[in-house]
Design a protein around this ligand. Sequence first.
Ligand code: SDX
Length: 422
Amino acid sequence: MAEYVKIKLNGNEIELPVIEGTENEKAIDISKLRAETGYITLDDGFGNTGSCKSKITFLDGEKGILRYRGYPIDQLAEKSSFLEVSYLLNHGELPSKTELEKFERTVKEPTLPVEICALLDDFPKTAHPMGVAASAIAALSCFVPRENLDITKIDKDQVLGQLMESISIISARFFRHRQGKKIIGSDPNLSYVQNLYNMMFGEIPSDEVKKALEVLLILHADHEQNCSASAVRVIGSAQSNPYACISGGLCALWGPLHGGANQAVMEMLESIQADGGDYRKALDRAKDKEDPFRLMGFGHRVYKNFDPRAKIIKKATDTVLEQLGVEDPLLDVAKGLEKVALEDPYFVDRKLYPNVDFYSGIIYRALGIPTDMFTVMFAIGRMPGWYAQWRELVDFKGSRIARPRQVYVGENERDYILMENR
Ligand code: SDX
């Protein structure tokens, strides 16, 4: 029996349908609200508003659950590979051996146009890697055949492969260029993660490093309708090409409240350490409403429990640092900060827990990745997820251009005042 809610407005009563997802989430479908009542809804930050129906990722913020296409994140992190997860997110099923090999070839085939390589070498060495990545991905659209910009004509797997390969080459190339080091090209004989690491550091990663990177990329691969995925969908709803959509996703991820938080966490931990390791001071600042400072890496719009990715990364951090023989005093600062925060009523009452960004930087640092490259690493992981979200949007028959309404609170009508009368 279909479920409805009744709303009484201006003496009229209307019924709005309730839809239920496969995990029993319920939503009131308000598509007809304005036509039938003249009212719209207002939801700052869209915390109560679903933007779409999706089959890609499910998360339960209260229970700390995250699944890609139904597979729990901890199982994928332990048993899968980043390329296999990328295929799963985009095709909905785990690939057969043949399907995975074919997908791997699709990712390895593309090369970066020489003009984009030249563009990368023209960026100032001080440029932020996210600005370089967003610019280069948008610029890529200028070097593909025009039909690749027509979403009704493109080979979606070919473009996915091109974007996954390009973001890794762009990131690694700029990383070495800004250090004045010799550029190392993509090696089709290496796996995706080995190739990324080799292009960055000029060596094949050890099994431990490869596994750590694989896990980090898997954990970052998708996260349903987060800020950057929503940006990709909004841009995609205008039927913009995928290069434009992904470039927009990169710009959204750059923000310190979103993917930029991993860089901000490291900078916060370093400043706490420089300040004598007094993390209670940081805590007091984070609680002070007069102080814009926030405890970076803490809190989440959806998770009101431990972010399952943070749990996996925290566990992996200890293992990776031990395997690499790295002692990082910032890990102790992070653990101390986490302990006091989780015991502090301000954080407990607001259900503020460590999120994916709180520990990830410690591992990236142990792998020799500089702080301002952390968000680019997040983006490399998120690429297949953004693309899967874009693909689901464009494949959905009946998707409409995203065009929210507003409540106008400005001046009422008034007449123009001539300069002499002002
Ligand atoms: C990511 O959405 C996703 O899925 C994102 C992501 C993904 O995989 O795509 O998971 C990746 O972006 C993780 C989040 C990384 N960002 C940070 O770590 C930045 C620090 N966190 C906060 O800025 C904040 O928690 C957000 C941005 C993550 C969430 O913001 P919300 O949901 O708008 O929370 P809010 O501002 O409404 O906070 C509710 C209360 C407020 O206090 P009161 O008004 O109730 O008194 O909690 C407070 C906030 O001031 N609060 C914090 C805090 N986070 C929330 N106070 C201090 N430090 C914090 N980190």
